[in-house]
Structure formats: C-alpha cells, structure tokens
Design a protein around this ligand. Structure first.
Ligand SMILES: [Mn+2]
Length: 260
C-alpha cells in the first residue's frame, strides 16, 4: 500500500480542463505528494486535452475508475448495446468524447483500478472509490439513509472512505465509519461554480478553487460537444443547487432499489 503525508483527492473532472488546471496550480503550491484521481476524468467537453494533462502527472497520480471512464472505453470499443433511450444526452456526449480520444488514451482509461487504498499520515488506511466500495455508480448523498450507507459499506475494513460520483461534497459518519465525498472538479452541483476537491492528511479538508469561469465557458462553447450551451450553463453559469441535485439523485436511487 502506498504511504503519503498529504494527498489531494480530485474527482469527477468531466473533461473540464480549465478547472483541472486551476486545481493543479493550487496543489502545486501546497506540499502534496500524491494526487488521487477519483474517476470520471474525460466524459465532457475537452476529453483529449484532459487525459493528456493527467497522463503528464506520471507517478504523482493514482487513478481509480469512474462509471463514465468505463462507459467511454465501451463507446470507444463500440461494445455497448444500443442506447435504451436514443435521446439520452449523456449517451451522445460519451459517444462524442470517445471519438475524440486516441487508442493510447483509451488504454489509459481502461487501466484504472476500481478502488484503491492509501495509508495517509494521521488518517490511517483510506479507501478510495467512485460511487461506493461495491459499485462505481452507486449513489450516496448527504441525504442517503444510514441503513443504505451501512449496506453500501458492508465488508469494508477501513474507517475512512472517500467517494465521488454525485458531485457534491459531504463529510458524514455512520457508526464508526466516516465517509467523505471529495466533490467535483469540473461539474459540481453545489449551486456555486468552482472546482471542488479534498485535501487529506493529517485531517480532511473540503476545498473549493476559484477560476475564470467566463474564460472557461468561452473556450468550451467553441467545441462541438453535444448540446454545448446546456453543458456550459450547467458547468459555469447556472449550476444546479445542492437541494435540486440531491432530490434528483435520491429519487434515482429509490427507483433503482425498487428495480432490484
Ligand atoms: Mn460518476
């Protein structure tokens, strides 16, 4: 297991290169030894440039896989069943993103491990996952019931779990297990634009990094990303509030639990 004094957890970048650059600049100013990239790196408007930047981090970065990384590889390989709903905008966006990347980048995405653990000074062994320890698409929010949290954490030995996927930071505990959502760098649902991430060691610090949203919006508006105006609104000018996003996610989690 890797050991580190300070780790930056950066999750859900979603192809937002300007947001990633801003966080990396801030990380550079602190003494961070390791960057844990928590998945969903490239499903968004600047996939090729974003993966290129991340690959450039070399040994400083450890990657785990998000559902969107898995889906982009499947799109690249054209091994997906037809979309359940042809109008599904995220299906079209992932398909578009997969067409922008190289074979080497596809292989890079495919190499991410599902979860990983790191020994961090002051925190002990920390488990990193995308959705939950058992699924890269399980939904956990600050409203998730304790019973559902306990189920999601069954069989986990670590006392601190870091997740992402729902794009909203939280820091909560159930029994003696602490679960932290690192937030989203590129597509936060926090009601306020910014790049959200988490610094670990010796404590846990939820962070928000400011960057020039107008410039980023202009850059991304010029791309051929499907329904780009809507994406730019959601990423920069009118991000959904935590209340809206939490309700949407919890409704989806509820529907899924009924389907099982
Ligand atoms: Mn995700």
């Amino acid at each position: 297991m890797k050991h580190a004094i300070k780790v930056a957890a950066i999750y859900d970048i979603h192809g937002n290169l300007p947001a990633l650059e801003a966080v990396l600049r801030e990380i550079d100013r602190i003494n961070v030894e390791l960057i844990l990239v928590g998945g969903d790196v490239a499903s968004g408007p600047m996939p090729r440039e974003t993966i290129e930047r991340l690959m450039g981090l070399g040994d400083q970065a450890v990657f785990i896989r998000g559902n969107a990384d898995r889906e982009m590889v499947a799109h690249y390989d054209r091994s997906l069943p037809p979309a359940p709903d042809e109008e599904d905008i995220w299906f079209l966006r992932d398909q578009w993103a997969a067409r922008q990347i190289t074979k080497e980048q596809r292989d890079y995405l495919a190499s991410f491990s599902e979860t990983t653990d790191l020994e961090i000074e002051g925190l002990g062994s920390v488990l990193f996952c995308h959705g939950s320890p058992r699924s890269d698409e399980e939904i956990i929010t600050e409203q998730t019931s304790e019973q559902r949290l306990r189920d999601a954490l069954t069989g986990v030995d670590q006392r601190l779990i870091v997740c992402g996927h729902t794009h909203m930071q939280f820091d909560r505990s159930v029994d003696d297990v602490r679960i932290v959502n690192a937030g989203s760098v590129g597509m936060p649902y926090e009601g306020r634009p910014g790049a959200y991430w988490t610094l670990l060691g010796p404590g846990v610090s939820l962070r928000r990094t400011d960057y020039d949203f107008r410039e980023a919006a202009e850059l991304i508006s010029a791309s051929s990303f499907p329904d780009v105006d809507d994406a730019v609104e959601g990423m920069f000018s009118k991000p959904p509030s935590r209340i809206e996003a939490t309700q949407t996610f919890e409704r989806l989690a509820e529907e899924r639990s009924r389907d099982v």
